[in-house]
Design a protein around this ligand. Structure first.
Ligand SMILES: C[S@@+](CC[C@H](N)C(=O)[O-])C[C@H]1O[C@@H](n2cnc3c(N)ncnc32)[C@H](O)[C@@H]1O
Length: 334
């Protein structure tokens, strides 16, 4: 992209202070400002009182939120804009506050990007600590659910699932996709496969969705355990492969092939990079996120994932683009 010197400078500036904007959103979501400013809105004085916050500081952050177009200000009353009403009010069905909180949680290890680039090693965890941090895991799962409730609708619109009866949601987390697929295709039954700490939480989400019985769970490790032989019409592999290195992903996909019925399909959902691995922006940044958050994970290109699918014997491979730099890659057993 060629830029004039003035626009180059503002581009540099814009990127350098981007974390200020993110931090304003993180704090507003954490304080649950947008639930207070829903409906007819409130004055700064009332908001500060409800938040038990400093009046002068509250006015500053509210004004920044107006500038960021998350709030409107009219005669000293602050009200939500359409985006904050849709996504940032606690009881909204499409609430995204947990996704935003998850980005906030990542801040700690993103501040150590310099260390990760020098050493090539993850900075997100303490290797000495073996046990799972239950609170962090639940926060992560809530974030995945926020993403899933939006994304599953788009995936359903782009996949034709009517003729399929059995689905394995591999590393399906809390089961948001499996639940949505079964809701849209009442003949379908789904199994959510994930690590034991996660399937325990998935069962709570599935129960709440009313799909218990139609969506079940199976605890296991996809690197070590089998997914069964010739059981499923579809294996959905959403946002798993970026955690692992290519040799592990081929191993996982081989087991997917084994678990498919003869006319079955594998559907991968991932952030898909171009063949030079330089675009789209979110995918390139997500690769750094995996550098810091996993041992050998990364974002991958369509060519790489297509190759893995072909190598394990899947045919007729197709790509479907989704919003937010994601994509589906579909391979057929027959
Ligand atoms: C980024 S989340 C994606 C969750 C869900 N598929 C989605 O798209 O919302 C990755 C999931 O992979 C699971 N996972 C990672 N390694 C795994 C393994 N070795 N065996 C089973 N599940 C695994 C995690 O527990 C987590 O639920």
């Amino acid at each position: 992209m060629q830029k004039s010197s003035l626009s180059s400078l503002s581009y540099l500036n814009e990127i350098s202070y981007s974390y200020w904007k993110a931090q304003v959103l993180f704090v507003a979501v954490e304080m649950d400002v947008f639930t207070l400013t829903a409906g007819n809105g409130k004055s700064c004085k009332i908001i500060a009182k409800k938040l038990r916050a400093d009046l002068r500081a509250t006015e500053m952050i509210l004004n920044a939120l107006v500038s960021l177009e998350f709030l409107r200000k009219n005669k000293e009353i602050y009200r939500n804009t359409a985006i904050s009403n849709r996504y940032l009010v606690k009881d909204s069905p499409l609430y995204q506050g947990d996704r935003i909180h998850h980005f906030h949680n990542m801040w700690d290890y993103w501040s150590k990007l310099n260390v990760a680039v020098k050493t090539g090693k993850p900075t997100a965890y303490d290797n000495a600590k073996e046990e799972v941090d239950e609170q962090r895991l639940r926060e992560f799962i809530r974030a995945m659910h926020n993403i899933g409730i939006v994304q599953a609708g788009e995936v359903c619109g782009k996949l034709h699932l009517k003729k399929y009866r059995s689905l394995l949601d591999l590393a399906g987390g809390q089961g948001t996709y499996a639940v949505r697929f079964v809701e849209e295709n009442p003949e379908m039954r789904a199994v959510v496969f994930d690590l034991p700490d996660v399937t325990k939480i998935a069962r709570e989400y599935i129960k709440k969705s009313g799909m218990k019985g139609k969506v079940t769970t199976k605890a296991g490790d996809c690197l070590k355990d089998s997914f069964g032989k010739e059981l499923y019409d579809i294996v959905f592999v959403s946002n798993l492969l970026h955690i692992y290195e290519p040799v592990e992903n081929r191993k996982i996909l081989r087991k997917c092939w084994d678990s498919l019925l003869i006319e079955g399909i594998v559907v991968i959902q991932e952030f898909v990079l171009n063949s030079a691995r330089t675009q789209p922006l979110f995918g390139t940044l997500f690769s750094l996120n995996m550098l810091m958050g996993t041992h050998r994970g990364a974002s991958y290109s369509y060519d790489e994932m297509k190759e893995w699918l072909k190598d394990v014997g899947l045919k007729n491979i197709k790509r479907v683009n989704l919003d937010m730099d994601s994509g589906l890659i579909i391979g057929h057993k027959l």
